[in-house]
Design a protein around this ligand. Structure first.
Ligand code: MTE
Ligand code: MO
Length: 531
């Protein structure tokens, strides 16, 4: 309707999140969304765009790029942007707000996959170097911007808890800190996409999603209050839930930027489940990227359930409706490329995983199975040192991590230095042992942390294949074949086993799924030498 008024962008800015009549711009049109807010499925988060263009947000929440959404919005049209503020029919780029403008600075050593939103993995040398990943090197997985919570008012941050019968109780962060006992839990977070790159490369089939190597996993000590304590205080019938009789089946967590996910009530009320509402990470306040000032920590479950910037907990008979619960974090068969999302369960407890994060090549051993002299060569029977092979071999030191979900502990990491012909066991570092009378650094009721492992061994000359041979093998479909310029390479590989005797699949092809979730096949790497 050309008779509608023309507004300057400065006029629109006056209708920001705090105004009584919030407006947004879409393209060159102006909308008064006051009446839409109560009906908006994503709730108040739409206010984030008020006073400016909604388009950069719809680039993030791609679900809006749909005719029915445009139809809803068109009802609220009140006018157009003044031609003086338009460049090629759109508000000038510098006039449009960058949703990520308030994101925090990040450590340069993190390996950035996408800057906006921030997705970055922990560098390999930091994965194995410390048992607890330093906060600034902990991997970051953000779907949207980082909400801003002022330090001066963070204790007033409000958590709303809504029971299934509709009862609502609210807690400030200060209430949580002062009215409930604090607990510490040491736990890994692992993204369902960790090692997705390995799945794509190893199976030769592409996958949708960020191509993470082995660094979408980290380990930290978390401090907060138990979810179960807060639910009980809010009036939830704990005994009923523990007996399996409760109508409440799921606990929904929502973050301030509208991310959401849920966990089964069973995990939430399990006295040994250790689900935390955490405000501290490695004895420091949660960093902004990791959920400041409050996040859920669901140990042993996929990290997608550990909702950051937590401001709402809702009990329900159903799972969260969010796309991160109903879609995205599910697996399907290698044959399925068009899927019925509802047919597969959401990923919760993680399967067993391991990776090599550290490789050091040493010298060659002597021929005839005789060890090199004066280099402290091990006898070969102990865990962590493989028996020296017959004939010349290249010494190698490997290190990495292993982890399993559901609190299952890692009992073994097996390594093969000769392409799978023989196996040896890596040494598992006693990170959770108490040293010198001090308490164990691992707190909680399950094996929620990773185990770091080391192996010193030697790759036999026979395992190194020449580049021409490697090419021939690759043509034959052997994705592990070796080539690195003109050098000869050998494949070394590892796999972990947990205390339920679950172990990792041999090939990525066998567990390929189009979303590239749960890439847990044996980690194979090439060791190359001039031989
Ligand atoms: N919570 C909110 N509010 N927003 C998010 O984007 N990402 C989830 C989860 N919680 C996410 C979230 C996913 S997929 C992962 S892997 C973890 O947070 C990452 O946690 P981290 O960034 O602290 O490593
Ligand atoms: Mo994730």
């Amino acid at each position: 309707d050309p008779s509608l008024p023309r507004f300057r962008i400065a006029d629109v800015r006056k209708h920001g999140p705090e105004s009584e009549n919030p407006w947004v711009i879409h393209g060159d049109k102006v909308y008064d969304i006051t009446d839409w807010i109560p009906a908006h499925p994503g709730g108040q988060v739409i206010l984030r765009a008020a006073g400016g263009s909604i388009d950069p947000y719809w680039d993030i929440f791609a679900i809006h790029k749909n005719q029915y959404v445009y139809d809803i919005l068109s009802q609220y049209l009140i006018g157009y942007i003044h031609p003086a503020d338009l460049v090629n029919g759109r508000p000038a780029q510098e006039q449009i707000e960058d949703p990520f403008a308030d994101d925090p600075d990040r450590h340069p050593a993190l390996i950035t996959k996408t800057a906006k939103p921030r997705n970055a993995e922990t560098p390999a040398d930091a994965l194995g170097a410390q048992f607890l990943t330093p906060n600034e090197l902990f991997y970051v997985r953000n779907h949207m911007w980082v909400p801003v919570v002022d330090e001066a008012t963070s204790d007033a941050h409000l958590l709303t808890v809504e029971l299934f019968d509709g009862t609502v109780k609210q807690y400030t962060l200060e209430d949580l800190k002062t009215r409930f006992p604090s607990h510490k839990v040491t736990a890994v977070l692992q993204c369902s996409g960790n090692r997705r790159k390995h799945m794509s490369e190893g199976s030769g089939r592409s996958t949708n999603g960020l191509q993470w190597a082995a660094g979408a996993i980290s380990n930290a000590s978390w401090e907060g209050v138990l979810l179960a304590d807060v639910l009980a205080d809010a009036g939830f019938e704990m005994a009923e839930a523990l007996s399996g009789e409760s109508e409440t089946r799921h606990v929904h967590f929502s973050g301030m930027e509208a991310y959401g996910a849920s966990i089964p009530i069973k995990k939430a009320v399990d006295p040994q489940g250790d689900v935390l509402l955490a405000y501290s990470m490695n004895d420091k306040p949660l960093p902004r990227d990791h959920g400041y000032p409050l996040r859920a920590i669901v140990p042993g479950h996929v990290a997608a359930r550990s909702v950051k910037w937590l401001n709402q907990i809702t009990l329900s008979d159903e799972e969260s409706m969010s796309q991160w619960q109903r879609k995205d974090y599910k697996c399907f068969g290698p044959n399925e490329t068009k899927v019925d999302w509802d047919a597969a369960p959401a990923i919760q407890e993680l399967p067993v995983q391991s990776a090599i994060t550290d490789v050091k090549l040493g010298g060659w051993t002597n021929a005839g199975g005789k060890n090199g002299e004066g280099e402290g060569e091990a006898k070969g029977n102990d865990q962590g040192t493989s028996k020296p092979p017959e004939g010349p071999a290249q010494r190698v030191s490997l290190g990495g991590y292993a982890f399993s979900g559901g609190g299952r502990s890692i009992i073994r990491v097996d390594a093969s230095l000769d392409g799978g012909a023989s196996w040896t066991q890596a040494y598992l570092l006693p990170d959770c042992a108490s040293k010198d009378g001090s308490p164990s650094p691992c707190q909680g009721h399950g094996a929620w942390t990773w185990k770091r492992w080391r192996l010193d061994g030697a790759v036999p000359l026979a395992a190194f294949r020449d580049p021409e041979q490697g090419k021939a093998d690759q043509a034959g479909g052997d994705k592990t074949a070796d080539k690195d310029g003109g050098r000869r390479c050998a494949t070394v590989m590892i796999k972990a086993t947990d205390d339920a005797y679950n172990t990792q699949p041999e090939s990525h092809a066998a567990t390929w799924n189009f979303r590239g979730n749960l890439a847990t096949a044996w980690h194979r790497i090439q060791v190359c030498a001039d031989c």
